[in-house]
Design a protein. Structure first.
Length: 319
């Protein structure tokens, strides 16, 4: 088979040189791509060769930050790691956008997600933009701090930079039911804060020491992430109080008011393409095998209490 350039050369000697010109190459590519019947693939390939198109991958981080179970959807590193990796690997991306809607939860999972985002951003040398929907509070705000810039709606809730431990006390309930609690431990603190026995002031004091350590780490993270942007009295900033985004801007917790589409268009042009990566999975796909997801009685009770606590976290912010 003759080479295309050789065939053209026999008819028009200058045509071969024209084919080497960038704009002619672009037109040839567009013609070939437009012949592809699959619309989605066709549009992606056209975007890839268009020099005016900017791609921004989008990852949604939604829910209470905790492990997942049959009765609750948890936001955790294992659930979002693959989506984050895929977003940062998208070819020719200009930035990675995080859409955050979380009232907080586990400080460990919040920290793990924060660290993974920062590690990927540094590895791929990409800026990160965070967009707050209803709320980014407590651990949700910690995750937002992984971004280089934080944007929100005027009425989004941000802040709650503090630590809380909540649970239930059942000591009087089991007494009324005539149930005897039997606990045998090796180690005097092994049954500390058992919800089926009366609260011990010494145990509460130990818990408060742990909370102070976690709170200190949270404050250091915010100081490092937000730097000179922070304004106002730190005692108030780190009190656990939360604000709407317009107030959050005054304290340096938020960089600006704006939504994903408007901000990315302003930064990267009208032809910016927002590419959603991943998303929520059906409960039967969260773990291998349906049987593995079915809870036993103990796990069911734990998940039920977890669901109640998750609902209470959202309700703190009127959601």
């Amino acid at each position: 088979m003759e080479q295309p350039c050789r065939s053209v050369l026999l008819k028009n000697p200058r045509a071969c040189e024209n084919l080497k010109k960038p704009y002619v190459k672009l037109m040839v590519k567009k013609t070939l791509i437009n012949a592809i019947p699959h619309k989605g693939l066709r549009e992606r390939l056209l975007d890839r060769i268009d020099p005016d198109v900017s791609v921004v991958p989008v990852v949604r981080l939604t829910g209470v930050i905790a492990s997942s179970g049959p009765l609750r959807d948890g936001l955790n590193l294992s659930g979002v790691a693959a989506d984050l990796e895929a977003a940062f690997k998208i070819r020719d991306a200009k930035a990675v956008a995080l859409v955050i809607n979380s009232p907080g939860g586990s400080p460990v999972q919040s920290s793990l997600i924060f660290k993974r985002i920062r590690a990927l951003a540094e590895e791929h040398e990409l800026p990160v933009l965070a967009f707050v929907e209803d709320v980014a509070a407590s651990g949700g705000y910690m995750i937002a701090c992984a971004a280089d810039e934080i944007f929100a709606d005027e009425h989004s809730v941000v802040g709650s930079i503090g630590v809380v431990s909540a649970g239930f006390g059942f000591s009087k309930l089991i007494e009324k039911l005539g149930v005897e609690r039997r606990v045998h431990t090796a180690g005097e603190s092994k049954a500390m804060l058992d919800p089926f026995k009366p609260e011990d002031p010494e145990e509460v004091e130990r818990l408060e020491v742990l909370q102070e350590e976690v709170h200190k780490g949270f404050k250091d993270l915010v100081r490092k992430a937000r730097g000179d942007k922070l304004e106002g009295d730190e005692k108030q900033l780190f009190s656990g109080e939360f604000w709407v985004a317009t107030q959050g801007i005054k304290y340096g917790l938020v960089d600006g008011i704006g939504d994903l589409r408007a901000v990315t268009r302003e930064k990267y042009g009208e032809k910016v393409r927002l590419r959603l990566v991943g998303g929520p999975r059906p409960w039967w796909r969260r773990r291998p095998g349906i049987v593995g997801e079915l809870p036993d009685a103990g796990n069911f009770a734990t998940d039920l209490l977890g669901a109640v606590e998750a609902r209470s976290l959202w309700s703190r912010f009127g959601l």
